[in-house]
Design a protein around this ligand. Sequence first.
Ligand code: ATP
Length: 257
Amino acid sequence: MSEFAGLEIRRLRVSFDGFTAVDGVDLDVEPGDLRFLIGPNGAGKTTLVDAVTGLVKAQGSVRFGGEELLGRSVHRIARSGIGRTFQTATVFEELTVLQNLDIAAGAGRGMWTMLRRRKGVPEPVAQALETIGLTALADSPAGTLAHGQKQWLEIGMLLVQDVRLLLLDEPVAGMSHDERQATGVLLQRISEERTVVVIEHDMDFMRSFARSVSVLHAGKVLSEGTVADVQADPKVQEVYLGHTAAEDATDVAVREA
Ligand SMILES: Nc1ncnc2c1ncn2[C@@H]1O[C@H](COP(=O)(O)OP(=O)(O)OP(=O)(O)O)[C@@H](O)[C@H]1O
C-alpha cells in the first residue's frame, strides 16, 4: 500500500466567463481523513473537485503529498494517486465485475503487463472485490448489478489503481437506506488506508459517517470542523435554513410562551 498523503489547497479560484465559482478557497484534508464537502446547490463543490483533478483551469495552489498539482494534465494528476467518481456510475455494463476491475488495474500499464497477469485473479483485484463486497458477483455482468453495487464497483476500480485520494461526488444518491449504511461503512474502512473526500447532500449520511466537514457557500469555505461544530455554527444554519440560530431560539421561546 502506498503512503498516506493529505491535500493542501490554498487561495483556489475558478472563474467561468467572469463568474467566480470557487473564490479563494483554503482547505486542508489530513491524510486518512473522511472529509465531507457540503453546501447548497451551486456552492462550488464539484468545481473544486474539478480543479483538483485538472478538469478546469484554476489559480492558487493544490498540493497532494507535497506535490503541486495545478498546471498538470488530468492524466498526470491521476498518476499522482488521485481518483474520482461522478454522480452517475461509469462502469462497463457488458463486462463482468472482475473484467471492470481488471481493466482499471491495468490502466496506464503496458499490454505486456496486462497479458502476463492473465492467470488467476491478481491480489489487489481480489482484495478490492472483498472490500467492496462483490466477490460473489465477480463473474456477473456489471449491467446486472443493483444501483448501489455499481457505485461500489466504481470505488473498487479506484482501489485497484491504488488511488491514495478518493474524491466521490454524491456516492449515495439514489441508494436505499441499507445501501447507504453499507457505503458509509465501506468509506470508513477505505479511509483507514487512504484519504477520502465526499461531496454530499444527504445530511443523515454526513452526520453518521463524516470524520470532518467543510461547508461551502458561494465559492467560499463558510465553516469547517466536526459534524457537531458545523451543525452548531449559526452561519451554516442560516445558509441551510434561511434563518439564524438566534432566530431559532426566539422561535422556540415564542412557541413555548
Ligand atoms: N462550466 C461551467 N461554466 C459556467 N458556469 C459553471 C460551469 N460549471 C459550474 N458553473 C457554475 O459554477 C457554480 C458552482 O457550480 P458547482 O457545480 O461547482 O456547484 P455544486 O456546489 O457542486 O452544486 P451542486 O450541489 O448542485 O452539484 C454554479 O453557479 C454553476 O452554475
